[in-house]
Write a protein that binds this ligand. Sequence first.
Ligand SMILES: C[S@@+](CC[C@H](N)C(=O)[O-])C[C@H]1O[C@@H](n2cnc3c(N)ncnc32)[C@H](O)[C@@H]1O
Length: 317
Amino acid sequence: MAIHNKSHFNSGLMQLNRMSKDNIKHKTSVDFKVPEKTNCILLNKDCLELLKSLPDNSIQLILIDPPYNLDLANWDTYENYIEWAAKWLDESYRVLSPNGNIVIFGGTQFQNVKSGDLIEIIYYCRHKTKFRLVNTIIWYYKNGMSAHRYFANRHEEAIWLTKTDKYYFDLDSVRVPYGEKELRDALKDKRLNPENVKKGKNPTNVWEIGRLNGNSLERVGHPTQKPLEIIRRFVKSLSYPDSVVLDFFAGSGTTGRVCIEEKRNCIMCDTDIQSKTFFKKHIEKMQETIFSNSFTENENIDSFFEDINKRTVDSDN
Ligand SMILES: C[S@@+](CC[C@H](N)C(=O)[O-])C[C@H]1O[C@@H](n2cnc3c(N)ncnc32)[C@H](O)[C@@H]1O
């Protein structure tokens, strides 16, 4: 028996299709100018210290890959995990703009009462904050460690939360092209809007992206470095050019690199002094590619926001 995909009959989706046919902008669309140069800052600071210095509603996208007390490295130890995480989650809510998005990487990997995981974070967000969950994204990879006492792990998760239902989301920027035959079939499928079909497929909430191997060309030396591709998909769809992205567990600064490449501004911090060295390597690697764009590395938060505000005022005049 064929199971119909109910989303084709979803009234919200039908309305979006009608609007795009009539060239009507959705209420969440944003008019932006693509800047020639963006701003970036990486501070050697504790996340809470940085968060407290940021203005309310000032961030478009928070993209974080937190420590979970799994003893992966010496930065990975917090006595009462959720009590600590609650502090940066509450601050994140305050600094996020009303149309903003927050993405938190993690998994269900707790080992003992001391360690944390994404379930604990979801529980806190659900019961103690006003964040709304939009998607849980499954990051599926084929390459990983082998295992003998359990099934070898091949996925991690990321949750995408928002402050309101008017969150910014640019699906078109991350659509995946159809294969030739798939495209022909999809264009014949009466349930699908041909305009959207031509733009490509929704990548869905299961993303197959390889993990970085030890000898991957992207590697800059951080033990838990995330692939550029996964960060890029979030940056492109959940923020827009010249908006501000925040990663307060920067690690090697993968988020900062992608932001420069995609013309977003980026604030980062990490307690590990080595972050700056890793980030420098990212920049050197970026400069060998076509994605290399000009950017200013700011020394402090005030000059970072001053530069961005100045650009906005100049472009309005
Ligand atoms: C999982 S790693 C992030 C890796 C990063 N996504 C990348 O691609 O390179 C988490 C980072 O959080 C940092 N960290 C841990 N506790 C912190 C804190 N209280 N404030 C800021 N950074 C912290 C660690 O030093 C570590 O580099």
